[in-house]
Design a protein around this ligand. Structure first.
Ligand code: NAD
Length: 306
């Protein structure tokens, strides 16, 4: 059997460590990191995500501010709220839960968030900084994948990573982060030919497509490390079940290590959101970011261009 990469346990450990750093920040500098979450509409899954984020922020000793807006909210109203949060000194990180209703431009909303409070790392300034190997706020799910990989493998340099999916929130930023770690990176997407053959070349295989169970055991190189980002709700015998993009039963016969769904990338993603909030708070107050937190999230500052 392969090693199970237990995201739940690692996330609990990271949150405890963050809680200690938050206490220190409050005692030494009088700063309480504040996380503001904006939820538009009543999507049940989004409500659960937002509740979990707020609860875990509070448990780590952070301040949590929640704004719930009706599904019919206008773009102007949402932008006004973001402007207010940008100015609020108690708020160090702002997260707008996606997706947004169609009358609101997601791109404009993301651009309205002050880059130093953009704890999702989606603002074009942060995207550009990350892509050029500079310190920046980094999107939480790719950061979660990176931390899981580093925990499992240590050094990633020279390994061939195949990333399935090229979205702006997972695939593309993860490819940037893996390049920064000196992996050889292949990004595949819905128009890629011979996906299975490509996957079989991967030392590290990350699946982020939203296609339940697409990656099967015979797509995986024996001993490879498999990170399953997918979260898919499938109906089975009258019940809904969460499954990933990897067929766990067959993949776990071949992989060297694999994340489960649920309990893999998901819990680490929320822990990374708290990590980003702590980092944003330190930077906004000119307080040095604790070394271990900095190196976890940002590696060795910049990638050499070679
Ligand atoms: P998306 O729909 O924005 O992008 C999907 C990507 O997969 C696209 O680039 C597309 O080209 C590619 N793709 C689709 N079908 C493919 C196929 N058959 N072969 C190859 N490539 C294919 O999705 P997203 O927002 O990046 O999310 C991907 C998955 O990750 C979803 O299941 C989502 O729920 C999950 N997710 C999980 C977390 C977490 O915290 N665990 C966070 C974000 C997203």
């Amino acid at each position: 059997m392969p090693a199970l990469i237990n995201g739940k346990t690692l996330a609990t450990r990271l949150r405890e460590e963050l809680g200690q750093q938050v206490s220190r920040l409050r005692e030494r500098h009088g700063i309480t990191p504040g996380l503001a979450v904006i939820l538009v509409g009543e999507d049940p899954a989004s409500q659960v995500y937002v509740r979990n984020k707020a609860t875990q922020a509070c448990e780590a000793g952070m301040a949590s501010f929640e704004s719930r807006l009706a599904n019919r909210v206008t773009q102007a109203e949402l932008l006004e709220l973001i402007k207010r949060l940008n100015r609020d000194p108690r708020v160090h990180g702002i997260l707008v839960q996606l997706p947004l209703p169609s009358q609101v431009s997601q791109a404009q909303v993301i651009r309205a968030i002050a880059p130093d409070k953009d704890i999702d790392g989606f603002h074009p300034l942060n995207v550009g900084l990350m892509a050029t190997g500079n310190p920046s706020l980094v999107p939480c799910t790719p950061l979660a994948c990176l931390l899981l990989l580093k925990h499992q493998l240590g050094e990633l340099s020279g390994r061939h990573a195949v990333v399935l999916g090229r979205s702006n929130i997972v695939g593309k930023p993860l490819a940037s982060l893996l390049l920064r770690e000196h992996c050889t990176v292949t990004v595949a997407h819905s128009r890629t030919d011979n996906l299975a053959a490509l996957c079989r070349q991967a030392d590290i295989l990350v699946a982020a497509m939203g296609r339940p169970g697409l990656v099967r055991g015979d797509w995986i190189k024996p001993g490879a490390t498999v990170i399953d980002v997918g979260i898919n709700r499938v109906a089975e015998e009258g019940r809904t079940r969460l499954v990933g993009d990897v067929d766990f039963a067959s993949a776990s016969q071949v992989a060297g290590a694999i994340t489960p769904v649920p309990g893999g990338v998901g819990p680490m993603t929320i822990a990374c959101l708290l990590l980003n909030t702590l980092h944003a708070a330190c930077r906004q107050h000119g307080v040095p970011v604790p070394d271990d937190i900095l190196s976890r999230a940002w590696g060795d500052a910049a990638t050499s261009p070679a």
